[in-house]
Design a protein around this ligand. Structure first.
Ligand SMILES: [Zn+2]
Length: 441
């Protein structure tokens, strides 16, 4: 599937694309009522908790009309996403994540303008536009070991849905830009799931499993990408993700909007650019940039530019991965089967991307009880042959193994509810996952 020749050549092509697309964006912003890039606009909404979500973002999506495609509740947050339809029928996107207290994070991507809306519990609303730079640096590191390993295996499209568990680590500087980090992380993740839906990448989804904030600042440079697992070691250990992404701030010494391994399982990027997140994850999946180089290095793993619209691997233009089935507002395709089918790259790499971490079992909870017994259930783990059941000892912090099962439920005798229970997945080689979340009677 992969050939390494030609990869370095492509980097300089991307640099040129990046400069062009951002020059266009700057031009578009100049005559708008919104502030220059980087300058936030703030206002107050009275009684924010009583307002409908649509009232909170109405001003910042104008003149677009929101076409909602998904609405769900995740960890108590209401997560919605869909297209922004502009008067000329061109498409942008909107992702909103609202807390129960009324506060909101929204990613607004209009065809020529993007920004982050954060509304706090007091109704203070801030709309931030990303700073724009003309980077000439490449933005990915070829993981040659992973590249060779994958080139020896024929890609297999998974028969069952794959969930890629992702961890987002933030620097404090990035949190100062984006507000409440977990809400922001849910928005970033939903943005990718929206791109999957747009490109008909069926059977693949991204799930947030953890966030962490570190005080120290880190630059958007290759060295930070290489150290990412050390920088966020605590959060990664606790959440056992498949893929890790570092959300970082603006800095004069950054040399790209983002960096990612190609292929791989980790990337970093600028906090105010959700399309950088999509783009770098596209590198993790095995994608490159525009097919202007001839499409030799990764067959069909390129972005697409049809002259009026481009996909995210091709200069980060929009919330889209290339696909032969994806059309722009004029009905022109945003991909082709020969060179630009990132949807296929995602489908073929979903099994790899969802298997970097083994377990832990997710969604561990009580599913039933009698006066003397409690039953717990959890989601199955890919590759698990057995689940080990753990209990706290005398209500203390220590846990010990108290049973095992090949199923995904387990019943214990427990009348008083003083014991916490956990479960671990075990694979055929005896490898154990970390403990699941705890639950009790
Ligand atoms: Zn790139």
């Amino acid at each position: 599937m992969f050939k390494i020749a030609g990869v370095r050549l492509i980097r300089s092509v991307f640099s040129a694309v990046s400069v062009v697309s951002w020059a266009v964006l700057l031009g578009a912003c100049a005559g708008s009522s919104l502030p220059d890039s980087g300058g936030p606009r703030s206002w107050i909404v009275e009684n924010v908790a009583s307002k409908a979500t649509a009232e909170l973002y109405a001003d910042v999506i104008k003149p677009g009309v929101f076409e909602r495609l998904s609405s769900k509740v995740i960890e108590g947050y209401t997560v919605e996403s869909g297209n922004l339809v502009m008067p000329d029928n061109s498409l942008g996107s909107l992702v909103t994540v609202r807390s129960a207290d009324g506060s909101l994070t929204a990613l607004v991507e209009k065809p020529k303008e993007s920004g982050l809306l954060v509304v706090d519990t007091q109704g203070k609303s801030t709309f931030k536009i990303p700073v724009t730079k003309n980077y000439s640096q490449s933005d990915f590191i070829v993981d040659e070991v992973e590249f060779r390993r994958l080139s020896k295996t024929k890609p297999i499209i998974a028969s069952e849905p794959k969930v890629i568990d992702i961890f987002l680590g933030y620097t404090q500087v990035a949190v100062d830009l984006v507000g409440e980090p977990h809400r922001h992380a849910l928005a970033f993740v939903e943005n990718v799931n929206l791109a999957f839906r747009n490109a008909s990448v069926s059977g693949v989804s991204l799930r947030l499993v953890g966030t962490q904030v570190v005080a120290e600042n880190y630059l958007i440079i290759g060295a930070t990408l290489r150290n990412l697992f050390e920088i966020f070691s605590i959060g990664i250990k606790n959440s056992a993700p498949d893929v890790v992404y570092g959300v970082l701030g603006d800095h004069p010494e950054n040399n790209a909007y983002g960096w990612g391994f190609m292929p791989g399982r980790s990337a970093i990027g600028y906090a105010l650019r959700p399309t950088t997140f999509l783009h770098e994850l596209g590198h993790n999946a095995g994608g490159l940039h525009c097919s202007a180089d001839g499409g030799a290095a990764v067959p069909y793993g390129y972005g697409f530019n049809n002259g009026t619209t481009s996909t995210v691997q091709c200069g980060e233009g929009s919330v889209n991965y290339s696909s032969p089935t994806l059309k722009d507002q004029d009905g022109n395709p945003l991909g082709n089967t020969a060179t630009a089918d990132m949807a296929r790259v995602w489908r073929e790499n979903a099994a790899r991307l969802s298997s970097y971490s083994f377990g832990p079992p997710r969604n561990f909870k009580k599913t039933g009880s009698t006066i003397t017994k409690v039953t717990f259930g959890w989601d199955p783990v890919d590759g698990a042959v057995r689940y080990d059941f753990y209990s706290t000892v005398l209500s203390g912090p220590e846990v010990r193994k108290t049973g095992e099962t090949t199923g995904v439920t387990y019943t214990v005798s427990d009348t008083f509810g003083r014991t916490q229970y956990f479960v671990k997945a075990v694979d055929a080689q005896g490898k154990e996952s970390i403990l699941s979340n705890g639950a009790s009677r």
